[in-house]
Structure formats: C-alpha cells, structure tokens
Write a protein that binds this ligand. Structure first.
Ligand SMILES: *Cc1c(COP(=O)(O)O)cnc(C)c1O
Length: 511
C-alpha cells in the first residue's frame, strides 16, 4: 500500500519512506491510499491471538513494504513482557455491564503514548536500514509532559538515533519533570526551556524547517525526524488496541459479534480518536466516536458548529496533555470528510493560519456529525468525575480519563443512546496523583504531604500498586540539568550534536 499527502494527493510513497519523513514536505500529513478491511474470519482468527499477534495482523495490512520478519521482530521488541506491567498489554476493565475502560497505560511511562512510542523507534530504524539510509536519526521533541518521557523511553539506547526533548520549565507536573530529568540512556538529552509550551513547540518547529540547520546536520551524517503524533508510525499502532478491545469484548461476551459500541476518547491532538475512526473504517462496529475535550474546548465547539476557532484564551488545566488549541491530526479526518479534495484542505488550513478559524460546508459537517459527538468538562467537573467514579465503582481514574467519563455521562443524558461504550483510559492515576487525591480525599488529609507520600496514599485507597518506575524516582540521580532561554534552543541542539565543531557541553552545564 502506498501513502499520499493530505495536501498533495498525487504523491505515492512507501510506508517506510513516510515513517522516516514524518510530515510531507509541503506541510500535509501522510494518509494511506485506502483503508484495508478486516473480514469476519480475520476477526475470528484474532480471537485466538495475543496482543502482539493482533498487532502484527493490523500492522501488516498498512505497512506492506516491511517484511513479515521485520514486523514481527519490531512488535516483539516493543511489546515485551518486561516493558509492560501486564501480559494483556492493553486490558479492558468492566465498570458495569455497559461501560468498559481500556487501560492504555501499562507501558514504561504510564500513559497511552507508550503504545506507539515503544514501537516507532524500531519502525524508523528498520525503515532507514532497509532503504539503505545510514544517517543518524535525530528526534526533536517539544513536550507538555507525557510525549517527552515516552519518546525518551522509546528511543533510549536505540542504535542510530539521538533524542532531544524540550520541556517548558514550570509547565509540567512534578512527576513528569522527575521522570524526564532522571532519564538514563547514552543517546538521550533533556533540556528545560524558559518559556511556555507554545514557545517551545514553535522554536522546535523552526529548527525542523531551517535549511541551513538541515544542511549542517546532513554534513555531519544526521537528519531530523519527528516522534510527534503527526507521524503515521504513531497512529497505526493505536488502531491495534481498538481492534483488540472489540475482540476482548466479544470474547468475554460483553458484546455480541457485530454489535455496535461507542468509543469515548479524551482528546488533544486528535491522534487517539482518529485511530478509532480508522478502526471503524476497517470494519470494527464502532457507533459514535465521542470526543472529549477539557476547558480548551475548540474541538467540541467545532463538532457542534462546524467552526474551528482558535481565537480564544488558552487554559492550563489538570489534564495538561489535552491543553491544545490546534489539533494537528484533525486534518486527516477532514481529508476523508471532503472526499480527499486537497484543494479544500489547503483552503481551510490557510484560513486557519491567516484568520485563526475556518468553517466546514454543510455536507462535510453532516458527515462529521454522523461519526462524532463532542463535549467537554471543566476543572470542577473533571474532579467530580474522578470522585464519582471512585465512589460508584471503587475505581480510580486520572484527570484525562475523567474528562472522558464526564463527557460520556453528558452524551448519554443528551442523546439517550444506551449502546455499550469503551472509554479510553489514557494515563495511570499515579502520574497525576495530586489532583486525583484532591478529588477523592478531604483537604486536611493531604496537607504537607510530599510527592512520595501522595503516591503511597493513592496506593492504599486504589488497591493498585505504585508503578515501579514512579516509586524508584526517589533514588534516581538527576542527570539532566540544562536550562536555556527559548532564543537559544537552536544553539543547544548544535551543542548537543556537536555541529559547527562546537564544544560539547555536557548535560550538567547551563547553556
Ligand atoms: C496525549 C494525551 C492525550 C491526548 O491524546 P491525542 O492523541 O493527542 O488526542 C490524552 N490523555 C493523555 C494522558 C495524553 O498523554
């Protein structure tokens, strides 16, 4: 199968090529030529398979230029038993007979990003090797928290790669920061930026497209790539878990074979929910895709009105990984909705850039609404959803998942749709224990508790074990201490990569 770009539909590239490139040179996103279908007997076959075998089945339909052996090796390396803390990899828990939660946070950094970032590095290095490309791959990541750590864990010690993560100093949670600054590995670099996430992301994007920078990199035998969710190599592994959840639900008799179910996804950059859309188009009987936003509710407004409008205040919330105004992956859905007319996509994206908004035509809006329903939860509602879920089901969810739970309840109330529903649980509650505890316990019991006491309190009320990687943070030395101003990000990259014959400054110094 070949891939084309949402802004150049005449393009035909192999999956290896687009995974190496990340984004198309004219700014479009890569999409598959067609969406392969799963037949009934494929589903039957998959009932006997474990997660890795299911992943192979789905990936092999999309990544047709990878050899069977390569794909199998890549999948075994990614979804190793010692990488995920449960053998099912993405288990489905049942809260009641209508609501099921897929726990996507059993990987090494305890958020769903691991599902894709454990596999992407292997897809990339295999693609480079098989296409005879021997340049070192340099991954630049701007993170608001979860992506940075997941990329570090995914790429650490992977030969032929370097990973440099930038995070806004003061803009990530304590646990998230500790996870990053204690990162081990010979090819990993972590830099704090004096600035907010938008500054960080803008600076990183500028480096990506800087021609001089790219030339100098090439001279040193290196090239940039992106581990962002615009890379198809991050999306395709996410389709797998929706397919797997459906099969688990029929296996446990929670669903009849072929019975429609809804999916609720706490959404930021629109990657995770887009994977569910692809699963639906492969033939998984998904009814409504319920898109849950936090207070930054651009998407839920868009799904209701057809107007995508980013001219609004940006809020920092307790579900930080969803604090986003421009959801990049939406472009891929729009491309399908407007019957793959690249001219239309270019027009909307130009309007967004120049005026801060665009509006769908009636026909595209109708199509959008036939698949999606959008809602949002504010901060108080998010905390209420954590508390209610705990009281009612004795089950602890993190603030991102709680946004999804709130919107699920709102959807049922407004539409009366009583189909069974899968809620994508995107992070372990331990990762955001302060807000989780605040939602469940009285303020007095939390006073003067530090990071680690908080983890222990959550362990005792949830009945779940503190994930080992968070428990161990306490004993790990802080190895990344570099802080730079946002103007000096390029300089920092040059130093780290020793470009321009620059003196290498190790990660203990302040640049
Ligand atoms: C990244 C992230 C999201 C948002 O996912 P998108 O694919 O960007 O929509 C939601 N929850 C958590 C915990 C995340 O890390």
């Amino acid at each position: 199968m070949d891939y084309l770009s949402t802004r150049d539909s005449s393009l035909r590239l192999s999956s290896m090529e687009i995974i190496k490139q990340g984004i198309s040179s004219e700014g479009g996103l890569f999409v598959p030529e067609y969406i392969p279908k799963l037949k009934n007997n494929d589903i039957d076959d998959m009932r006997k398979m474990d997660y890795r075998q299911r992943a192979y089945k789905v990936l092999s339909l999309f990544l047709t230029d990878y050899s069977q052996d390569d794909l199998k090796n890549i999948i075994s390396a990614a979804y190793r038993e010692d990488n995920f803390d449960c053998p099912e990899i993405a288990p489905v828990a049942s809260l009641d007979k209508n609501l099921f939660v897929q726990e996507l946070w059993h990987g090494p950094t305890y958020a769903f990003k691991d599902m894709a970032l454990q596999i992407l590095p292997h897809l990339m290095t295999t693609a480079a090797y098989r296409t005879g490309d021997d340049k070192e791959i340099v991954i630049l990541v701007a993170t608001s928290g979860d992506t940075g750590k997941a990329a570090l864990e995914g790429f650490k010690d992977v030969d032929g790669t370097q990973v440099i993560v930038f995070y806004p100093d003061g803009g990530v949670s304590n646990i998230q920061k500790l996870q990053m600054v204690t990162q081990e590995g010979k090819n990993v670099h972590v830099v704090a930026i004096e600035g907010n996430f938008d500054d960080t992301q803008t600076a990183v994007k500028t480096i990506f497209t800087d021609r001089e920078f790219n030339k100098s990199l090439e001279k040193h035998g290196k090239s940039f790539s992106s581990a962002n969710s615009i890379n198809w190599g991050r999306l395709v592994p996410q389709i797998v878990y929706y397919v797997s959840a459906y099969i688990d639900l029929i296996d446990s008799k929670a669903l009849e074979a072929g019975e429609e179910f809804n999916v609720v996804v706490p959404t930021g950059n629109f990657g995770n929910i887009l994977a569910a859309y692809y699963a639906k188009n492969m033939g998984i009987p998904i009814g409504k895709l319920i898109c849950a936003s936090n207070r930054n509710n651009v998407l839920s407004d868009f799904i209701k009105s057809g107007v995508y409008n980013i001219k609004r205040e940006f809020y920092k919330t307790i579900s930080p990984s969803m604090d986003i105004l421009i959801s990049s992956n939406l472009e891929r859905l729009l491309f399908e909705l407007c019957d793959r007319r690249e001219e239309q996509i270019k027009k909307w994206m130009k309007e967004l850039k120049e005026t801060g908004q665009y509006q769908l035509d009636d026909q595209s809006l109708k199509k959008l609404q036939s698949h999606l329903w959008g809602g949002y939860a504010n901060e108080e509602q998010t905390l209420t959803a954590i508390e209610d879920t705990y009281n009612r089901y004795n089950y602890v969810i993190d603030p991102h998942t709680a946004v999804g739970k709130w919107v699920y309840d709102a959807y049922k109330k407004e539409t009366g749709d009583s189909r069974k529903t899968l809620l994508a649980s995107t992070a372990s509650p331990f990762k955001f224990h302060e807000d989780v505890l605040r939602a469940i316990l009285e303020p007095e019991s939390l006073r003067e508790k530090d990071e680690y006491q908080g983890l222990e309190m959550l362990e005792s009320i949830s009945g779940m074990e503190i994930p080992s990687g968070l428990k161990n943070l306490r004993n790990k030395p802080i190895v990344h201490k570099t802080v730079v101003s946002k103007e000096r990000i390029g300089h920092a990259v040059k130093n780290i990569l020793r470009l321009d014959g620059g003196r290498h400054e190790d990660s203990h110094s302040t640049v």
